[in-house]
Design a protein around this ligand. Structure first.
Ligand SMILES: *[C@@H]1O[C@H](CO)[C@@H](O)[C@H](O)[C@H]1NC(C)=O
Ligand SMILES: *[C@@H]1O[C@H](CO)[C@@H](O)[C@H](O)[C@H]1NC(C)=O
Ligand SMILES: *[C@@H]1O[C@H](CO)[C@@H](O)[C@H](O)[C@H]1NC(C)=O
Ligand SMILES: *[C@@H]1O[C@H](CO)[C@@H](O)[C@H](O)[C@H]1NC(C)=O
Ligand SMILES: *[C@@H]1O[C@H](CO)[C@@H](O)[C@H](O)[C@H]1NC(C)=O
Ligand SMILES: *[C@@H]1O[C@H](CO)[C@@H](O)[C@H](O)[C@H]1NC(C)=O
Ligand SMILES: *[C@@H]1O[C@H](CO)[C@@H](O)[C@H](O)[C@H]1NC(C)=O
Ligand SMILES: *[C@@H]1O[C@H](CO)[C@@H](O)[C@H](O)[C@H]1NC(C)=O
Length: 338
């Protein structure tokens, strides 16, 4: 969010000149050594920064300056900030210690040393780093298939974190671009699931959060199993539907709704439903309809209860048997060179 301020190099000499005039026994400024360039010090938000400065002899006039003014002149503290202190482990050290560094401390600091011969300044640029942190992310949402969905993920950090989106389940797709906003036009059922937002910068490990997207869609019947049974036996017809939210099932015999009674039992769990006939009699043979319904739609499939030997039961195993048989036949054919 916050761009890094560039050190204001034009303003510094002016501040310095003012300072040197303020010093009690200031010598006239002859030349100022700017050739040393700027050292960067990188500190994490909350840590302590030590800006090093050393003097050549004890009689030097020294001061620490900030862009906004004088922090220390000699040992006199001008700054009102309690986090700022001098660090003097040896008589010639004149370092500045800033505790609990925050982002507004970023900028250039100048140590001004005035010896008998000539004034010298050394400049330090303090860079404050902040680990990435996701500050705001979309809440879990439920939408209908075909809707346009926009997910948002906002993060703070310095340098500004790079934001990436990933579809965790089921596709695992990584989205191109570094975007706070993830737009999904005409969302499909395959695009439902968890989305992960990752905010990363070089300061520390990335911050990661998730959003769950539920895509509603009307039912489709994915499997319906007809069956056959002799009288006196127990038999079940099965029906499976794909739908979000989970569908409700209804069973019909011709146009009449069937209830669990008189030896018939309907059991529905999640996306599956079964109709069980406890004791098959002649009038049970025939055509049944399984209906799956949710708030987005309704669909149905026809199933049959056959007398033994009169119908084909779609087991799936039969469709496999043909190619296997064909394969065996062609293999035989190949061996006997027919
Ligand atoms: C200080 O950092 C800036 C970018 O933030 C870079 O351009 C410059 O080269 C760095 N200076 C030193 C002495 O590392
Ligand atoms: C340096 O100046 C800024 C304003 O430019 C101020 O907010 C900050 O507290 C100062 N830092 C120190 C260590 O005095
Ligand atoms: C998060 O973002 C949403 C939409 O941009 C906004 O309505 C909400 O106030 C934000 N929440 C916070 C805590 O910033
Ligand atoms: C989704 O966005 C596209 C392109 O912006 C627009 O043409 C379409 O009407 C939108 N669909 C819905 C359901 O809002
Ligand atoms: C099935 O029904 C027939 C005729 O109603 C009856 O004779 C038979 O005992 C029943 N079988 C079972 C297992 O209930
Ligand atoms: C079974 O019933 C359904 C719905 O009532 C109907 O569409 C279908 O034609 C019937 N099939 C047979 C073979 O009677
Ligand atoms: C099954 O679906 C067909 C066509 O969508 C419809 O005409 C029929 O009434 C439905 N049957 C039942 C029992 O809902
Ligand atoms: C279909 O599968 C059932 C058991 O799942 C089995 O008893 C039956 O024999 C199979 N029928 C055919 C024609 O494969």
């Amino acid at each position: 969010m916050v761009g890094r301020a560039q050190p204001d190099r034009k303003q510094l000499p002016l501040v310095l000149l003012r300072l040197l005039c303020l010093l009690p026994t200031g010598l006239p400024v002859r030349s100022v050594d700017y050739t040393r360039g700027t050292d960067n010090i990188t500190v994490r938000q909350g840590d302590t920064a030590i800006l090093r400065c050393y003097i050549e002899d004890r009689s030097s006039k020294v001061a620490w300056l900030n862009r906004s003014g004088i922090i220390f002149a000699g040992t006199d503290k001008w700054s009102l900030d309690p986090r700022v202190e001098l660090e003097r482990q040896t008589p010639l050290e004149y370092s500045l210690r800033i505790q609990k560094v925050d982002v507004y401390d970023e900028g250039s600091y100048t140590c001004s040393v005035q010896t008998q011969h000539q004034p010298k300044t050394s400049q330090v640029y303090l860079i404050v780093q902040v680990p990435p942190k996701i500050s705001n992310i979309s809440s879990d949402i439920t939408v209908n298939e075909g809707s346009n969905v926009t997910l948002v993920c906002m993060a703070n950090g310095r340098p500004e974190p790079v934001i990436t989106w990933r579809h965790l389940t089921p596709t695992g797709k990584e989205f191109e671009g570094e975007e706070e906003y993830l737009e999904i036009l005409g969302i499909t059922r395959e695009q439902s699931g968890k989305y992960e937002c990752k905010a990363a910068n070089e300061v520390s490990s990335a911050d990661v959060k998730q959003v769950r997207v539920i895509v509603n869609y009307p039912p489709t019947i994915t499997e319906s199993k007809s069956n056959e049974a002799a009288t006196g036996r127990q038999v079940s017809l099965k029906c499976e539907a794909s739908a979000v939210p989970t569908p409700d099932f209804e069973w019909y015999r011709e146009d009449t709704r069937i209830n669990s009674a008189n030896g018939l039992e309907i059991k529905s769990t999640g996306t599956e439903s079964s109709l069980t006939v406890a004791n098959v009699t002649e009038e049970h043979y025939g055509n049944y309809t399984c209906v799956a319904v949710n708030k987005l739609g309704v669909t149905n499939a026809s199933l049959y209860l056959y007398r033994p030997g009169t119908g084909r039961v779609d087991n799936g195993s039969m469709s496999l048997a043909v190619p296997l048989w064909l394969l065996a036949a062609s293999l035989l054919c190949l061996l006997s060179k027919c």
